[in-house]
Each structure stands twice: as C-alpha cells, then as structure tokens.
Design a protein around this ligand. Structure first.
Ligand SMILES: C[S@@+](CC[C@H](N)C(=O)[O-])C[C@H]1O[C@@H](n2cnc3c(N)ncnc32)[C@H](O)[C@@H]1O
Length: 214
C-alpha cells in the first residue's frame, strides 16, 4: 500500500466509510431512469462517487463538516444524502415536485436499514427545494431558509443537467475557489468560460469532472 493510500484512508473513520458504502449500495439498488421513459431523471451511481469524494477531501477541496454543498437538479436527493455525512449543509434544488417526493420515502427506508446495521443515520443538514435552479427567486428562498447565499457555497454538483447554464451562473456568482462537480463525463470534458478544469487528464473514476472558479 502506498503512503498516499494510507493517508487517504485515514481521512475517514472506518464507520463513516462503511456507512457511505451502505448508503451508496441502498440507492444504487434503486436507480431511476437507466431504462424506460424516465431517462431525464437518471440517478448518479453513488458507489462511483466514493473514490472521487475521498480524493477531493485529500486535496482539501471538500472539507468534512465545513463545506457547503448544492446539487442543482437533485432528483430524489440521493447525492444530498451521501454528501450530508461529509459537509455542513447539503442543499438541493429540483424542478419536478413528484421527483422530490421520493426523497422522504427513500430516506425513511434507508434509515431503517442503517439502524439495523447500527450505523449512523444521515445528519439533519439536508435542505431540498422544489423549483428551477436557474431562478433567482429560488436562491432567495434558499438563503432565507438556510442563511446561506449562493456566493457562500463551496461545492456545486450536477448530473449533466443544464450544465452549461449552471456553469455560467457559478462562473458569475460563486465565490473564488468554489468547485463545480459534473457527473456523467468520461473522456470528453466540456470547457466553461470562467471556470478552470482541474481534471484535465480525464474524469475522476471515469465519471466526474471537477471545475474551479479561479
Ligand atoms: C439526471 S437527474 C439527476 C438527479 C440527482 N442529481 C442524481 O445525480 O442522482 C437530473 C434532475 O434535474 C432536474 N432538473 C432539470 N432541470 C432543472 C432545473 N433547471 N432546476 C432544477 N432541477 C432541474 C430534473 O428534473 C432531474 O430530476
């Protein structure tokens, strides 16, 4: 084992790593949109996200218990649940109310599973909002309810949804150093004006590209 691997493993406790794996397994067994007519609702493969998240922690780009996270187009909130263990605030915005409706039911079933395995349940730091992530008014609601303005978020995430439009808002309004994670990218990585590609040699784990506002 290399020194780098040992260092990375030490960043998360064994219980936390096991919990994240259980959360990922739970949601990955319940993916939406891979087949059938709900393609626009496709779910991130949470297991594939775990190694990139550890890399971001070791790079100091994700600060456990401190970072503020926003999923733009959060679907049923599964990425928010995973990230809730790693950030201070795990916020999400979702256009379709009926998609967001799945959040509570899935979370309740997940909690039952985690309790049976004596693992920690998701912290109470998840806030999901129904509306358009391009709508300024929704950011006002987010700020009123969480106390966090757009310009304070550290990490933005999207599963290819409206990525060009979201990148434009992030380049214009996010704080210097903020991160934009785009899921669903492999070898061809788009360029966004005003954002720097950190993963220029290829996406992390073949799925996640990382951009930063310089
Ligand atoms: C591919 S799904 C990804 C869901 C989740 N982020 C994940 O990775 O599992 C994209 C979601 O974005 C939502 N969406 C699309 N445009 C949006 C917008 N402008 N504002 C908020 N949500 C949007 C869709 O309704 C859909 O549920």
């Amino acid at each position: 084992m290399t020194r780098d691997t040992v260092t990375k493993m030490a960043l998360l406790t064994a219980t936390l790593r096991r919990t994240l794996r259980e959360v990922a397994r739970f949601y990955d067994e319940r993916k939406v949109g891979d087949v059938g007519c709900l393609g626009f609702r496709r779910s991130s493969d949470l297991k594939k996200l775990l190694p990139p998240l550890e890399s971001l922690i070791s790079e100091g780009l994700l600060r456990p218990g401190k970072s503020l996270f926003l999923d733009m187009g959060c679907g049923d909130g599964r990425v928010n649940v995973l990230l809730s263990y790693l950030v201070r605030l795990s916020a999400g915005m979702e256009l379709d109310e009926w998609t967001l409706d799945d959040y509570q039911q899935l979370r309740t079933a997940l909690i039952g599973k985690l309790k049976r395995r004596c693992l920690p349940v998701p912290p109470d730091n998840i806030r999901l909002f129904n509306g358009d992530a391009l709508d300024e008014d929704l950011y006002r609601v987010l700020e009123e309810e969480t106390g966090v303005p757009f310009g304070d978020f550290d990490i933005f995430y999207t599963y290819l949804t409206m990525h060009d439009e979201f990148a434009e808002i992030i380049a214009r309004k996010a704080r210097k150093g903020a991160i934009f994670m785009v899921y669903g990218l492999n070898s061809i990585l788009p360029k966004y004006q005003g954002l720097r590609l950190l993963t220029s040699s290829g996406s992390l784990n073949g799925i996640l590209a990382i951009y930063q506002k310089p």
